[in-house]
Design a protein around this ligand. Structure first.
Ligand code: AMP
Length: 116
């Protein structure tokens, strides 16, 4: 028996143990369609290097690469979009493997603002 922590849901998706709709992948990141979309386009950009939550990432280069990748993935699907990170249970985080939500695709009649 090992003391290795159980793989996260997203590690299992990265390992192809759980199916997902993959929209982007490189050496360090994967992006998938959210299974329960909260917008017409709802993607998750996930670092392959596991951290539980965004504030565990302390290296500037790593943090920068995550956001640059989120912007790159967003731009492949959307011209305007919203990036969200839920940090901790109180911040709405449910999956404790850091990820950036990319949301968009609303039509102009559904203009979004804070609180929506
Ligand atoms: P958060 O609440 O920030 O941790 O976001 C977790 C997100 O993961 C939610 O928007 C879920 O809908 C999404 N999710 C959960 N399980 C899956 C899955 N198997 N494939 C894709 N997205 C998932």
């Amino acid at each position: 028996m090992t003391n290795a922590p159980a793989p996260t849901l997203f590690e299992r998706i990265i390992a192809r143990e759980i199916p997902a709709q993959i929209v982007y992948e490189d050496e360090n990141y994967i992006a998938i369609k959210d299974i329960a979309p909260k917008a017409p386009v709802h993607l998750l950009v996930i670092p392959k290097k596991v951290s539980s939550r965004l504030d565990e990432i302390t290296a500037e280069a790593e943090m920068g690469r995550l956001w640059l990748t989120a912007i790159k993935v967003a731009a492949q699907h959307l011209s305007d979009y919203r990036l969200i990170v839920n940090v901790g249970k109180g911040g709405g985080q449910e999956v404790f493997h850091t990820h950036v939500h990319v949301l968009g695709g609303w039509d102009s009649a559904q203009a979004v603002g804070f609180g929506q």
